[in-house]
Design a protein around this ligand. Structure first.
Ligand code: PA5
Length: 449
């Protein structure tokens, strides 16, 4: 049975089969190019990493995770963007949190309130910290790490802190690698040829998953099974390429917003990972589909009105699991005052399925192209398969758009301004110019007031 199924039947009203056929040649060409670039050492290490991960790396992840699971009450993962979203998605989707330490994420914002709250929560707890940063210089995680490192040292002494810190970073360069060497932290490498948002199946995601009790062998085996399923460049049989083709065809027709709608809270954090994967990979040169992650049926009561009747530029990708992993049946009630008698004995997942189909037909009839990504169950294996499916899809989708899906030059703009304002050495020059622009905004604000 296929781990991930792409159901594009509902797109029939929006895409003619001929349109896929017309893209077959260009897709086969981009596929060959991706395979070739992978061989040439471009940022495509993720393409087959689950097959190439070294036994020593896996066993080191297992043994560090075991030590943490035995000793820690709280495991803090510090990272931003690709350095935390994948692990966050996996843990929110799969971990029951019944055994092992609580896993918390920080370093993905600059909220002093959240930092202080976390530090207070850690008092009296046995704490381990995994700081994840490929560059080793990203401000948000660096600030969080400096604070937590100081707290750990104050509490456990330098040696006690050292054995509680695990660094996941570039194999040889960057500030975090230098710190790991200087202080002797346990460390894991982020492969050079794997970019942040493609790194969830490397130690970046695998260590937090293993600490949370997720079967990482199953995650990797699901990804490998998906690699096999996606080996062909044929748009008719390669589901990830068919999905990429559908996105591209819709984009050409003016649909430039994609709403990923998960019909289970277990997809919520996964939606965050997806949004980053697609936005950071595709939003370049004034092109790209803007990804948004939503929760159905929750958001049908908030953004649903817009989806049904707002401006027609949006398409939806439903994320659906056939089984939720729990059976919850509507019980009888003597009075039936709530009028739910007609649902007695029905499983809530069955009700959810009717909501999904009802929504699909309503939105499609309202002019919204809808397709579905379907898994039978949310397991470690399907998580790995989903990751590989979407990574392969975005690689093709970016290639079709004519952009490089593996860089993120635009992320530097805010950083350059922030560094200039912060007075970071080497960035001060721009400071005066940016301050002038800010003053102009503030002067206008004051005169408006
Ligand atoms: O996908 C990416 O490359 C980014 O989202 C990075 O993961 C993010 O900016 C964090 O970078 P770093 O791991 O260098 O701290």
């Amino acid at each position: 049975m296929r781990l991930v199924q792409y159901d594009d039947q509902p797109l029939g009203a929006f895409i003619d089969p001929e349109e896929y056929a017309r893209l077959a040649g260009v897709i086969a060409h981009h596929h060959a190019e991706l395979v070739e670039k992978r061989r040439d050492g471009a940022m495509l290490g993720w393409f087959d990493y689950p097959q190439r991960i070294r036994e020593e790396t896996l066993s080191a992840v297992h043994s560090v995770a075991l030590r943490i699971r035995e000793e820690a009450d709280v495991f803090v993962v510090i990272g931003i963007g690709g350095s935390y979203l994948g692990a966050h998605a996996a843990i929110r989707m799969l971990s029951e949190g019944e055994t092992g330490p609580e896993v918390v994420f920080i370093g993905h914002h600059l909220s002093s309130w959240a930092l202080e709250r976390l530090r207070a929560r850690l008092h009296g707890k046995n704490v381990f910290v995994n700081v994840v940063s490929k560059s080793g210089t990203t401000t948000e995680p660096a600030v969080a790490f400096r604070l937590l490192k100081a707290d750990l040292e104050a509490r456990y002494g330098k040696e006690g802190a050292r054995r509680r810190i695990i660094a996941t970073t570039d194999p040889s360069s960057g500030a975090l690698r230098a710190m790991a060497e200087r202080y002797g932290y346990t460390s894991f490498d982020i492969p050079r040829d794997v970019g942040g948002r493609f790194s969830v199946l490397t130690p970046v995601g695998l260590l937090p998953m293993a600490v949370a009790g997720i079967d990482i062998e199953a995650v990797l085996s699901g990804a490998r099974a998906m690699m096999t399923a996606l080996a062909s460049p044929d748009v008719e049989t390669n589901a990830a390429y068919r999905y990429a083709a559908a996105r591209y065809i819709l984009y050409q027709k003016g649909y430039d917003v994609e709403l990923f709608a998960g019909f289970s809270p277990r997809f919520e954090a996964f939606g965050g990972w997806l949004a980053q994967l697609f936005a950071e990979s595709e939003g370049k040169k004034g092109r790209g589909i803007f990804p948004v992650a939503g929760q159905y049926t929750t958001d049908l009561h908030s953004i649903g009105q817009y989806v049904q009747e707002g401006r027609r530029r949006l398409f939806e990708t439903f994320l659906w699991t056939d089984e939720e992993g729990a059976e919850v049946v509507v019980p009888p009630a003597d009075d039936d005052l709530d009028g739910l008698g007609y649902l007695v004995g029905r499983d809530v997942q069955w009700i959810n399925a009717q909501a999904m189909w009802g929504t699909l037909i309503a939105h499609r009839d309202g002019g919204v192209p809808v397709s579905r990504i379907v898994v039978s169950r949310l397991t470690a294996e399907t998580f790995g398969a989903l990751v590989m499916f979407f990574e392969r899809a975005v690689a093709m989708s970016g290639s079709l758009l004519g952009i490089n899906p593996f860089d993120q030059p635009g992320v530097e703009a805010y950083k350059a301004n922030m560094f200039a304002l912060l007075g970071k050495p080497g960035h001060a020059e721009r400071g005066a110019e940016i301050r002038r622009k800010i003053e102009a905004l503030q002067t206008r604000d004051e005169s408006d007031a």
